[in-house]
Design a protein around this ligand. Structure first.
Ligand code: SF4
Length: 442
C-alpha cells in the first residue's frame, strides 16, 4: 500500500469535502490506513486511480483456475521467508496425462489423480490438479481427455502450444476455467488472444532468459491479459532454485511487476525431477506438474507441503473433548493428551497399536505439546480436571482412573485431589502405550 503522501500527490487537492473528510490530505491518510475506499472520492482521475490500484495491489497476483470446491488458488504471496509471516497458498500438485498414452491411458491417469489423497494430522492431503498434454497423440483424443478431466471436478491444465487445437480443448470446458499452457516466444500473440477471449489464466514460458520472460509477461499484460503464470527454465535443481528465487525476490522486494505472478514447474519422473519438485514446494513454485506421482514419493511430498504451508505461529490443533479410540465402553481406560495435532494423532496411533479400545481426553493447550504446555502453565491439574468435569467423564466411565503422560507425572497428586480419580502415570513416550495398555487388560 502506498503511503499517505504518495496517495495525496495523486489526489485533486481541492479539499471539496465530498468524501466526507475536510481535506484531501485527511482522505489520503484514511486511505493509507485502509479506513476508506478510493471510490469515496468522485474526482480521482482514471490515471491516478490506475496508479493507486497498481501500487495497492499485492506483490504477486492471485490467480485462480478450476471452479467450485476444488478451485486452485495460487500466488498472492507476500513473503520471501516463511518465518517472517507465512506462505498463503500451498503449491498445487498436478499429474500429467499425455496423449501419447492414448485415451484410455489418459483416463487412467485422470482417475489416479482424482483418487490420490491421504489423511495426515487430521487434514486431507491430495493431488489438486490434472494436466492433459497434447504431444504426439491424436488431437481429438486430447480434447476428449480434457473434457473427461474437467468433468472430474479437478482443476485442469490444458497443455498445448498449438493455438487452434488448444482452442478446441478450451471450448470443451471453458466454464471450468482451465489453466492454459503455454505461450512461448513463437505463439505469444495467439495464446494471449485465446486466453483473453475466454478470460482464462495463461502460462508464459519457453523464454531463453528471465529477461525475455519478463518482457513476454509485460507484452501479455499490455495486451490486456490479467491472469498470468510464469514458467522459468528449471533445467537443473540449481537453475530451478536460482530462477524461482530471483522471481520471488524481484516481485516481493523490488515490486517488479512483470514478475508479480505465480509460477509453474513442469517435470518428468526421474530422481532429479523429484528433487526439483521438493525444491519447488519449498521455494517458490506455485504449481508443480509431474508425469508420475507414485505413492511412495507423493506422500512425503504432500507432508512437506503441509509443513511449509502451515502458519508457523499457529500450530495445527484438534478440538478439545473426549474421543473414542476403537469402541470403548464404560470400563475402558481413559488417557489424556493435548490438542496439538501432531501429539494427538501420535498418541491415538499408539493406542490403536494396542488393539484395545480406550477413551482419549484432549485438553486445550492452544496447540502446544505436552511438555511445552506444562512448562508454559497451559497444561495444569486444574485444566485437566475442568475437561474431566466438562465432559462428564465420571458419568460415562466407571473405571475411576485416568492415565497421564509420564512427562507430567508431577501433576498426579493434585489431579487426584481435584478429580477424585485414581491417577496412573503412563510412559514418558507414547510409543510405550501399547505395552502398558496390554498390561492393564491382562
Ligand atoms: Fe479531496 Fe476527493 Fe475528498 Fe474532495 S472528495 S476532499 S477532492 S479527496
Amino acid at each position: 500500500m502506498p503511503t499517505a503522501m504518495e496517495i495525496y500527490k495523486l489526489l485533486p487537492k481541492t479539499n471539496c469535502g465530498e468524501c466526507k473528510l475536510p481535506t484531501c490530505l485527511a482522505f489520503a491518510m484514511q486511505l493509507a490506513n485502509q479506513k476508506v475506499s478510493l471510490e469515496a472520492c468522485p474526482h480521482v482521475s482514471s490515471e491516478a486511480k490506475a496508479a493507486l490500484e497498481e501500487s495497492g495491489s499485492p506483490p504477486i497476483r492471485l490467480v485462480t483456475f478450476g471452479t467450485g470446491e476444488f478451485a486452485a488458488e495460487i500466488g498472492d504471496e507476500t513473503q520471501l521467508f516463511r518465518h517472517d509471516k507465512k506462505f498463503y497458498h500451498p503449491t498445487i500438485l498436478g499429474l500429467i496425462a499425455d496423449d501419447a498414452e492414448g485415451l484410455e491411458g489418459m483416463k487412467a491417469k485422470i482417475d489416479a489423480a482424482r483418487a490420490a489423497e491421504f489423511e495426515r494430522v487430521g487434514q486431507i492431503l491430495r493431488v489438486n490438479s490434472v494436466a492433459v498434454r497434447h504431444s504426439t497423440g491424436n488431437p481429438e483424443e486430447f480434447v476428449e481427455a480434457v473434457k473427461t478431466a474437467a468433468a472430474k471436478e479437478l482443476p485442469v491444465v490444458i497443455m498445448c502450444e498449438d493455438a487452434s487445437v488448444a482452442a478446441k480443448a478450451v471450448d470443451s470446458c471453458a466454464d471450468k476455467k482451465p489453466l492454459l499452457y503455454r505461450a512461448t516466444p513463437a505463439n505469444l500473440d495467439q495464446m494471449v488472444e485465446l486466453a483473453k477471449g475466454k478470460s482464462l489464466p495463461l502460462v508464459i514460458g519457453g523464454a531463453s532468459s528471465l529477461d525475455e520472460l519478463s518482457q513476454m509477461a509485460d507484452t501479455a499484460k499490455k495486451a490486456g491479459l490479467g491472469d498470468i503464470v510464469l514458467e522459468p527454465s528449471v533445467g537443473s535443481s540449481a537453475e530451478a532454485l536460482e530462477n524461482l528465487t530471483a522471481i520471488r525476490r524481484a516481485a516481493v522486494k523490488d515490486r517488479f511487476r512483470p514478475f508479480g505472478y505465480p509460477t509453474v514447474m513442469v517435470l518428468g519422473s526421474s530422481e532429479a525431477d523429484r528433487t526439483k519438485a521438493a525444491l519447488g514446494v519449498m521455494k517458490y513454485s506455485s504449481i508443480v506438474l509431474m508425469e508420475e506421482l507414485p505413492r511412495e514419493f507423493l506422500y512425503p511430498l504432500l507432508a512437506l507441503r503441509q509443513n511449509i504451508f502451515t502458519d508457523p505461529q499457529v500450530p495445527i490443533q484438534v478440538k478439545a473433548g473426549l474421543y473414542a479410540v476403537g469402541e470403548p465402553d464404560e470400563k475402558s481406560p481413559v488417557l489424556f493428551t493435548t490438542n496439538f495435532s501432531l501429539t494427538y494423532f501420535t498418541v491415538r496411533a499408539d493406542i490403536e497399536k494396542s488393539k484395545l479400545p480406550a477413551w482419549l481426553l484432549v485438553v486445550d493447550t492452544e496447540g502446544q505439546s505436552v511438555m511445552t504446555a506444562f512448562a508454559a502453565g497451559k497444561l495444569t491439574p486444574e485444566s485437566v480436571a475442568k475437561v474431566i468435569e466438562d465432559e462428564k467423564l465420571k458419568e460415562k466411565n466407571v473405571r475411576g482412573e485416568i492415565i497421564i503422560p509420564g512427562m507430567v507425572s508431577r501433576m498426579s497428586g493434585k489431579l487426584n485431589e481435584l478429580s477424585g480419580l485414581k491417577v496412573t502415570v503412563g510412559p514418558r513416550e507414547s510409543s510405550g502405550l501399547p505395552k502398558m495398555m496390554k498390561s492393564l487388560s491382562g
